[in-house]
Structures are given as structure tokens and as C-alpha cells.
Design a binder for this molecule. Structure first.
Ligand SMILES: Cc1ncc(COP(=O)(O)O)c(C=O)c1O
Ligand SMILES: Nc1c(O)cccc1C(=O)C[C@H](N)C(=O)O
Length: 399
């Protein structure tokens, strides 16, 4: 189905018949407004029977045979391929091994540095989400490389001027605080000009922005499953390795599910061909099933429609805020141009944590980030213009 989101400026009634916004009925929002899909997406009502079936219809019935009769063993790849359709990756290049984003990043960053054994620098954005900084610093220490943490604005310059020193550059298409975008194609091309490996953390982009991994020539990427992808609290992360790198990537977490023949129980590790070598251990089937189920409506809508909808919602929020609290709208910490930001925007407010709590008491979930930011995220499938008008009224009263 091709979805063309068309929304009247004042929201309903056209919005109510719009296929994207009418999806909000499918989500269990508990009468609340969720503007924090950039931290944890909302569940679909139908997840409960879906997981119920897995437990009673598969696990209880088949027990250990479920691994072989219900495709459980293949889930990391089948869910990965499904995700590939949202991320612009052809099948066989994404796997959801079942690890956290942090563990997955560790695995991929070590592999990236091993692909450039003769280069001394691991480059990272200073403004990255903290786990990325911690993991990058640890990888640099472990592999005896130098960590260069440079500002988001300087990363491309560093690649242009000193890129020949860089083994790998870790960056993100959406700044987790401000929502500011970085061009995946541009930075990846700079990495390639310099002979460096580009590594992307897609956590804040997956499911809301087109990232076109294959078309952009990305080398390696990871991302979490629980934000806009909606896989649930602690949903497993994914790994992207394009076919051209698959024969050479050497992951440090060489577990038995990454072996060419896991059930041969051989004492010597022999990496699997293809994307399977990015797997580690026994996949978390219930969590994978949750992520798998969450992907269906995103795929049905298509990434272009999702992206268009999130931009419309963000612009609508800003237009409402400019009208009712122009002073706050001036404190926007994100780009005003929707094309230059991801699915969320951030506003500076005094006492951000208090404002977050006041909003929560009134049924609105956002999140504050130190020292003074409130982030509002516009998950395209369940945030509506009506929600936004209500949120702006509350913000007007409490901020
Ligand atoms: C960009 C980014 N990377 C990684 C993480 C977290 O990783 P993990 O799933 O290991 O907690 C987050 C958020 O928690 C994030 O925003
Ligand atoms: N992963 C989270 C968690 O376990 C608890 C609360 C929030 C999160 C988040 O995902 C935060 C998110 N990465 C951020 O952009 O701040």
C-alpha cells in the first residue's frame, strides 16, 4: 500500500482519515501523549496476542524443537532483512544478533579498527551519546589507538585535513540532543577519500529518516531497536555489514552463533560466511519477536512517508509554539528547517527536569537532558496534531 499523508493545517477531520495518523489507534498509549519515541517507542495492542501465540503455540508446544521448526534460529537474519527495507540495505547485510547497542558498537568498532590495522586514530564526535564515547575510548585503549574526540562541526574538517591517520570515524546522522542531522553520504565519502572506515550509530534515525545505507556506501552501522523502531524496552540492536566487507570483518565477539557451523561444536572458531559472522550467542527470541512485530506498520507506511509525516508534525509543533509562546520558540536548540533535523527537536528551558515532570503529571511524556533541554519527538505513526496542540497548551502553562 502506498501511503500519502495529507493533513489539514488545523489537524482533523482530514487527519482522522489519513492512513498514517489513523495508525495511532493501533498503539497502546494508555490515554497519554508520547513525545519520546526517541527514547522508547510505544507498543502496538496486537503485540500481546502475538507474544501469547509465541509462548503457548510455539514454546510450550515444541519446547527445544522450536529452534528448528519455527525459524527461531533464523530470526536474527529474517528480522535484519526486514529492517533492511527501512534502512536501504539489500537482504543479507543486517543482523539483529540479540545484544545491546553498546555491546554491538564495541563489536563493530573493534572490527572497523582491525580493517585498518596500520592507522593510529579512532575519530569520534564529542557530542555523541555517552555510551558511544565510553565504548570508543575503551576500544582505543584495548587496541592501542589514539582516540580523537572532535566537535560535530569539526569532524568533516578533521577527515579532510588529517584523514590519512584515521582508522575509523564513528558518527551519527542525528544529534541525540539537538536533533541536528549530518549527511551520511557526505561524511562517508570523506571517510572513503581518506581511506578510513565510516561507522554510523543509527539509533536516532532508524524508522524515522531515510538512511540509504547501500546507496550511501556506508562501511559499518549499528543502531538500537527500541526508539522509533518500537521494539520495546531493551529491544536488541542491529548490525549492518555490506557484502563487500563481509569476507574481511573480524569481530572480537566470536561466539558460536557466528561460527560457520554452530552445531558442529568444533573447538576452533571459523567465521560464518556473510552477515551471520556478526552473530554472537543464542538469540533472544521473545525480544526479536517484539521487534519483528513492531516493524510491520513502519514497512507498510514506507520510510519516505514516515519521514514526511515527522517533518510535518515537527513544523506544526513549532508553529503552535511560536503562536502561543514566542519566547520559548526562540529558545529552539534544533535547526528550524525540518530538513536539517531528525525526528525530534529540543527547546531550552530553565529547570528542564521540573518541566518534564509537570508534563508527565498531565499525561505527556517527553524527556529532559542536562542541563536545560526538553526534547519532543514526533513518532510518525502515533503522534497526531491533536496531541501536539494539547502539549503546546500544557507547555505554555508550565514552562
Ligand atoms: C545514539 C545512542 N547510542 C546508544 C544508545 C544506548 O545503547 P544501549 O542500548 O546499549 O543502552 C543510545 C540510547 O540509549 C543512543 O541514543
Ligand atoms: N536506553 C534508555 C534507557 O534504558 C532508559 C532511558 C532512556 C534510554 C534512552 O534510550 C535514552 C536515549 N538514548 C537518549 O537519546 O537520551
Amino acid at each position: 500500500m502506498t501511503i500519502q499523508p495529507r493533513i489539514e493545517e488545523d489537524g482533523s477531520p482530514r487527519e482522522k482519515t489519513d492512513p498514517i495518523s489513523s495508525c495511532s489507534q493501533e498503539y497502546a498509549l494508555d490515554g497519554r501523549i508520547h513525545l519520546n519515541g526517541n527514547s522508547l517507542g510505544a507498543p502496538r495492542h496486537s503485540l500481546i496476542p502475538e507474544l501469547g501465540h509465541l509462548i503457548s503455540g510455539q514454546w510450550a508446544r515444541l519446547q527445544v524443537r522450536g529452534w528448528f521448526q519455527e525459524g527461531w534460529l533464523d530470526l536474527p537474519r529474517t528480522v535484519g532483512d526486514k529492517l533492511g527495507a527501512l534502512l536501504g540495505a539489500k537482504p543479507g547485510q543486517i543482523v539483529v544478533a540479540g545484544e545491546t547497542t553498546s555491546t554491538t558498537l564495541f563489536n563493530v568498532l573493534v572490527a572497523a579498527c582491525r580493517l585498518r590495522a596500520d592507522r593510529p586514530v579512532l575519530l569520534v564526535e564529542q557530542e555523541s551519546f555517552p555510551t558511544d564515547l565510553y565504548i570508543a575510548a575503551s576500544v582505543a585503549r584495548l587496541l592501542d589507538r589514539r582516540l580523537a574526540a572532535v566537535s560535530r562541526a569539526d569532524l568533516d574538517i578533521r577527515l579532510r585535513e588529517h584523514g590519512d591517520q584515521v582508522a575509523a570515524a564513528l558518527t551519527s546522522p542525528v544529534d541525540f540532543r539537538t536533533g541536528e542531522r549530518r549527511g551520511i553520504g557526505e561524511t562517508t565519502a570523506l571517510c572513503h577519500d581518506a581511506g578510513a572506515i565510516s561507522v554510523w550509530d543509527l539509533s536516532h534515525a532508524a524508522g524515522v529518516l531515510p538512511v540509504d545505507l547501500d546507496a550511501n556506501g556506508v562501511d559499518l552501522a549499528i543502531g538500537c531497536g527500541y526508539k522509533y523502531l518500537g521494539g520495546g524496552p531493551g529491544a536488541p540492536a542491529f548490525t549492518y555489514v555490506p557484502v563487500r566487507h563481509q569476507p574481511d570483518v573480524d569481530f572480537p565477539l566470536a561466539g558460536w552463533h557466528g561460527h560457520a557451523r554452530p552445531f558442529a561444536m568444533s573447538p576452533r572458531f571459523e567465521p560464518a560466511d556473510g552477515i551471520d559472522r556478526a552473530r554472537t550467542g543464542t538469540p533472544p527470541v521473545l525480544s526479536l519477536a517484539g521487534l519483528n512485530h513492531a516493524l510491520d506498520p513502519l514497512l507498510e507506511a514506507g520510510i519516505e512517508a514516515l519521514y514526511q509525516r515527522t517533518r510535518e508534525l515537527g513544523d506544526y509543533f513549532l508553529a503552535c509554539l511560536e503562536e502561543s509562546r514566542p519566547d520559548l520558540a526562540k529558545q529552539l536548540a534544533s535547526p528550524r528547517d525540518a530538513l536539517r533535523r531528525g525526528g525530534h527537536l529540543a527547546v531550552r528551558v530553565a529547570d528542564a527536569e521540573r518541566v518534564e515532570h509537570e508534563l508527565a503529571e498531565r499525561g505527556v511524556h517527553v524527556d529532559s537532558r542536562p542541563p536545560d533541554l526538553i526534547r519532543f519527538a514526533f513518532a510518525p505513526l502515533y503522534v497526531t496534531k491533536d496531541h501536539i496542540r494539547r502539549v503546546v497548551d500544557i507547555v505554555t502553562a508550565v514552562a
